[in-house]
Design a protein around this ligand. Structure first.
Ligand code: ASP
Length: 320
């Protein structure tokens, strides 16, 4: 496998295998010297045309823990501002010698386009409303840690589903691992044709919360809205926000996830993120390990399939 563009391009076996090997990479992070030589001599570039805190840093840390060199293109201060196209920018970076490019772009499909122009591996770190495959992987890994397995579990995904590449990626991954998913949102924040998705849809958060194994909250993605889709945010919060009252009805055992960035006071009440069952920090931590597994799968195993056999090589620590 050369690229990771969409969660649907992974077979269920590959998805499960990636999740199975992720703990080996998480273990590296817990070492005194959190670095292994697996990708020494290789270069990973990040090319982000949309804002990011977690994903870009997470890929950078993941690449560094595998000893790859990293190149971060800051689009805001690059020649993109002088009108350079995605193709010319990407080809310029590739000419400097890169082995993989991690790309985020507002246009759905941009990462597929890059694969036509570049020899390097391309990893989709979010394309428009469409896909965010490594987010789905880290969410599955976090849910497995919390619930043991996703098989037979009921997960509610709540909020702005319409504009969410996270929801599109998670629905595919969660259901393929055996979970049932209910999307909870006002009609204006649902995508068209949800009847073709493998989900149930509800507009009544309170009734859904009586019967869930995990709750996944999404941010209101105002940057993607061209019209006002909710009459006002206070009303949205009253109906669809995880208020302190709703969280206490949920009990203390049901994990609450969010991909970040959280808008405290909108989809989640200001003090709810401090509850023990909110696993947002675990998601971030797991994101590094999952992305190490992905980089290793694409670059580190000679592309001979998933790297199970190569894992012992990681035991070697880089000398201080
Ligand atoms: N960070 C996630 C994304 O890039 C979710 C969000 O922005 O709300 O899609």
């Amino acid at each position: 496998m050369k690229h990771l563009l969409s969660i649907d391009e992974l077979t269920t076996d590959e998805l499960q295998e990636l999740l199975r090997i992720t703990p080996s990479f998480a273990e590296v992070a817990s070492r005194r010297i959190a670095k292994v030589p697996a990708l020494r001599g290789l270069t990973v570039a990040t090319l982000f045309y949309e804002d990011s805190t977690r994903t870009r840093l997470s890929f950078e840390v993941a690449a560094k823990r595998l000893s790859a060199d990293t190149l971060n293109v800051s689009v805001a201060s690059s020649s993109v501002n002088k009108g350079e196209s995605l193709r010319d920018t990407a080809e310029t970076i590739e000419a400097m010698g890169i082995d993989a490019v991690v790309v985020r772009h507002a246009s759905s499909g941009a990462p597929w386009q890059l694969t036509k122009w570049l020899d390097a591996s391309v990893i989709n770190a979010g394309d428009g409303w469409h896909q965010h495959p490594t987010q789905a992987l880290l969410d599955c890994f976090t849910l497995q840690q919390e619930l043991g397995s996703l098989e037979g579990r009921h997960i509610a995904i709540v909020g702005d589903i319409k504009h969410s590449r996270v929801a599109r990626s998670d629905v595919s991954a969660f259901t393929r691992l055996g979970a049932t998913v209910t999307l909870v949102a006002p009609p204006t924040l649902l995508p068209p044709a949800t009847e073709t998705w493998p989900v149930t849809v509800s507009h009544d958060l309170d009734s859904v919360l009586t019967d869930v194994d995990a709750v996944y909250l999404l941010r209101m993605q105002k940057e993607r809205m061209r019209e006002s889709l909710v009459p006002d945010l206070r009303e949205y919060t009253a109906l669809y926000g995880l208020t302190a009252a709703r969280a206490s009805k949920l009990g203390t055992k049901i994990p609450i996830l969010h991909p970040g960035p959280m808008n405290r006071g909108v989809e989640i009440a200001a003090d709810v993120p401090d509850l023990d069952q909110v696993v947002v920090v675990d998601q971030v931590r797991n994101g590094v390990a999952v992305r190490m597994a992905v980089l290793f799968m694409l670059l580190g195993s000679g592309n001979s399939g998933l790297p199970t056999d190569s894992l012992p090589a990681m035991a070697e620590e880089v000398p201080a």
